[in-house]
Design a protein around this ligand. Structure first.
Ligand SMILES: CC(C)(COP(=O)(O)OP(=O)(O)OC[C@H]1O[C@@H](n2cnc3c(N)ncnc32)[C@H](O)[C@@H]1OP(=O)(O)O)[C@@H](O)C(=O)NCCC(=O)NCCS
Length: 163
């Protein structure tokens, strides 16, 4: 590893939050309102990215945001975020959301991949630490991140072209 380059582990920025679903979090169908969950998971992604980069961050895009199951009043919602891939100034953060039952069993209800960009004091993209991959799962997640990056590059060009 080069002396001038900063390296961080996935565990250095791993983040978990918990919420209890209250009446004010529900939509008209008495389920957790998707917009509330999106705010919670965006905040977790931002905390992971701030911890990894040591900088302010902004959300560039969100991939594969999937609502797998509903959640209901009084449910305990657990949100877990981790870095899966880094570019020069961008970080891919995987965020998984679970409902935890009273016996501790967790059922995944949402999954999303956030692209967060580190910003310097002028709000310009700045370089982020390299990622140390310690486990087979982390190496596999990185490979999947590389595949997602190729899709993102094409999608960004399509967006710019108005396709
Ligand atoms: C995200 C943003 C900073 C990128 O600025 P930019 O001028 O395109 O910067 P660059 O072209 O130098 O790209 C910087 C990095 O962002 C990545 N990026 C840019 N647009 C992206 C997109 N749509 N999806 C994923 N990554 C993206 C680039 O791949 C690059 O990553 P790398 O350095 O790891 O290779 C800029 O588009 C922005 O400020 N967007 C608004 C973000 C915001 O306000 N979010 C909150 C929404 S309410």
């Amino acid at each position: 590893m080069s002396e001038n380059v900063i390296y961080k582990r996935v565990d250095d920025s791993r983040t978990e939050t918990a919420h209890l679903i209250r009446p004010g979090h529900l939509n008209g169908a008495n389920r957790l309102f998707g917009g509330i969950l999106m705010q919670w998971i965006d905040e977790v992604a931002a905390v992971v990215a701030k911890r990894h980069s040591g900088a302010n961050v902004t959300t560039a895009s969100v991939d594969n945001l999937t609502f797998l199951k509903g959640a209901y009043q009084n449910d305990m919602v657990i949100i877990k975020g981790k870095v899966t891939w880094v570019g020069k100034t961008s970080m891919e953060i995987c965020v998984d959301t679970y409902v935890e039952s009273l016996d501790g069993e967790r059922t995944r209800i949402n999954n999303a991949h956030f692209m967060m960009i580190a910003l310097d004091e002028n709000d310009s993209p700045m370089e982020v630490p390299r990622l140390i991959l310690e486990t087979e799962d982390e190496k596999l997640a990185w490979e999947h991140g590389e595949e997602r990056r190729k899709i993102r590059i094409k999608r960004k060009q399509d967006n710019l072209d108005g396709i």
